[in-house]
Design a protein around this ligand. Sequence first.
Ligand code: SF4
Length: 378
Amino acid sequence: MAHKTRKIDIGGIKVGGGAPIVVQSMCATRTADVDATVSQAHQLAGAGAGIVRIAVDNEREVAALKEIRAQTEGIVLSVDLQENYKLADKVAPYVDKIRYNPGHLHHIEKSRTIEQKVRWLTEVARDNDLAIRIGVNCGSVAPAFLEKYPGDQLTALVESAVYHCSLMDDYGFDRFVVSLKDSDPVKVREANRRFSERRPDVPIHLGVTEAGLPPDGITKTRLAFEELLAQEIGDTLRVSLTLPNERKHEEVLVGHRIIEDVAAGRFISVPEFGKGLNIISCPSCSRVENEKFVELAQQVKELASYAASYRITIAVMGCRVNGPGETDDADLGLWCGPTTVNLKRKDHKLGNFKYDEVLARLRVELDRLVAERSEQTN
Ligand code: SF4
């Protein structure tokens, strides 16, 4: 059983230390589109999101965030810095929490060490009364940890998170949470259990990244969360589903439902889950490069339905930030560009295809895979 984590304050909301589990979500609108993002922040908060996250990648989006903050009074805002940690001090006046990804710190400002960057982030957070989320993802583990634990991505993920906690300790900053995400519910359970053993004091943000389209995305999320929550691991959570913007609040409703069901002892049982076709797709966010993404994910699911009994993974991602890395483990991967879709087979790039051409090429590749798998079983 997990120990009680430290209770921290995020914009007036308590997370950890036995406080009620906070359900959060993320805007999928373009951050520069202030009206759409304000509207979605209210949509998510209205459905019961205690924290609403927004992605910010550039100065234009910082300016939009200032306006979004002015129009979302009473909503706790978190900002996702992903590739551009340097914007932290610019966004700080307008949010309650910043999320950084340890796996993306090495990309920019190579003259500064990781430790210097993290120290600076804690200073920005302290000066602006903010919390921090250390958000590690299996698809973007810092290279230093992948090299240290070759062939063991899960250990690299956990150790990266533990190391960044130790940096927070060194810099005297304790107002932080940690997330360890993967698209595989089994890995999510294992990573969070291991982290919780190592750092029982640190509040945990649960998430299955790229869980995909409902209903399978909900099933995957339940398989990850139910067992952890029953072991009192998890202080806040986000359900990441591929949904059109008008249905984005369903993520929040599902999150609350899972918490209620676990509290009431209701668990799902899906013995066959994971034995056949697996489609993973991201929940989309401000970075999505073409609005056709959600429709594309749906079309891929329909096209691939004939291969339902084959153990094949297809990944569909919305952008180039996470697309290349998060599709690495899939048999077939697609990620969206502004006018074309990138397609690859394992780590072999097959090329860029127009949105109305990519499905035909995907079908050819899938047919080939199905034929290979059929031969192997004969
Ligand atoms: S893959 Fe890209 S578009 Fe999809 S959620 Fe991640 S950052 Fe956003």
